[in-house]
Write a protein that binds this ligand. Structure first.
Ligand code: ATP
Length: 231
C-alpha cells in the first residue's frame, strides 16, 4: 500500500453475487470513503449493508468492479497485509476463552497495557472490567457466556481500537448498547479515530447522524448519498 492518502477506500462499480447464488446482492456501487471521515450505511434489513462492508477485508471477492485502498486493488496485496490495516467489528462481538486482556490483544503483536486500558476506556468497557474481581485478568467463559451482548460488543470495539488501524469497520456494532453509552462511545471514538477512515453500518439514525457521508442502500443499490441534512 502507498503511504499517500492513507486509508482511502474506493468502490468502483462494485457488484457482488454470493457463490452459487443467482441474484446480485450488491449492484454497481461506487463511492469513496476518506480518512478523517465517517461513512455510514443505512437501509432496510437484507439491503446488503453487511455484504458490502465484508468485501473490504475480502471475506468474499467482488464479482465485478474493484475495491481500492490508497489506489491499489485489494486483490493485489496479501490478505495479511490487507487485514492488518483494518479494525473490523462484527455485529455480534466474538470472544475466545481466555482473559479479558488476551481477548482485547488477540492477534495483536505490539499492544501494551496502556493501549489496552485506553482502548477499553474509549469503548466504554473499563467500568465493567474493573468491577470484576480480577479486572483485565478475569476469564471469559467459553463462548463468552459470562458477559452480556453489549459487553461483548464493547470488548470487540476495544480490540479494534487497540489495533490502531487506518480503517475501522463497525458492522452494527453499537446495536446492543443503550443510547447513553452509544452516544458517549461515539463521541470518544470520533476524537480517537480522527485520522482514520471509519465505516459504520447502523440501524439507529442517531448513531450516524454526524457522519460526513451517509450511503442509503435498497435491495443492493445505492439510492442515496450525502450528509444527514442533504438526505
Ligand atoms: P441486516 O440489516 O439485517 O443485517 P443487511 O442489509 O446487512 O441486513 P446482508 O446481511 O448483507 O443485509 O444480506 C443481504 C442479502 O444477502 C440477504 O438477502 C441475505 O439473505 C443474503 N446473504 C447474506 N449472507 C449470505 C451468504 N453467506 N450466502 C448467501 N446469501 C447471503
Amino acid at each position: 500500500f502507498g503511504k499517500d492518502k492513507d486509508g482511502v477506500v474506493e468502490f468502483r462499480n462494485v457488484s457482488f453475487k454470493y457463490p452459487d447464488a443467482d441474484d446480485e446482492i450488491i449492484k454497481n456501487i461506487s463511492f469513496t470513503a476518506k480518512p478523517g471521515q465517517t461513512t455510514a450505511f443505512i437501509g432496510s434489513t437484507g439491503s446488503g449493508k453487511s455484504t458490502l462492508i465484508n468485501l473490504i477485508p475480502r471475506f468474499y471477492d467482488v464479482t465485478e468492479g474493484e475495491i481500492l485502498i490508497n489506489g491499489i486493488d485489494i486483490r493485489d496485496v496479501s490478505q495479511h497485509e490487507l487485514r492488518e490495516r483494518i479494525g473490523y467489528v462484527p455485529q455480534k462481538g466474538v470472544l475466545f476463552s481466555g482473559t479479558i486482556e488476551s481477548n482485547i490483544t488477540y492477534g495483536l503483536e505490539t499492544a501494551t497495557t496502556a493501549d489496552v486500558e485506553k482502548a477499553s476506556k474509549i469503548a466504554q468497557a473499563i467500568d465493567f472490567i474493573k468491577e470484576k474481581a480480577e479486572g483485565f485478568k478475569s476469564e471469559i467463559a467459553q463462548g463468552g457466556t459470562n458477559v452480556s451482548g453489549g459487553q461483548k460488543q464493547r470488548l470487540s470495539i476495544a480490540r479494534a481500537l487497540a489495533k490502531k488501524p487506518k480503517i475501522f469497520i463497525f458492522d452494527d456494532s453499537f446495536s446492543a448498547l443503550d443510547l447513553k453509552t452509544d452516544a458517549k462511545l461515539r463521541k470518544e471514538l470520533k476524537s480517537e479515530t480522527n485520522d482514520s477512515t471509519v465505516l459504520i453500518v447502523a440501524q439507529r439514525i442517531s448513531t450516524i447522524m454526524n457522519a460526513e457521508q451517509i450511503i442509503v442502500l435498497d435491495d443492493g443499490e445505492m439510492v442515496g448519498c450525502g450528509t444527514h441534512k442533504e438526505l
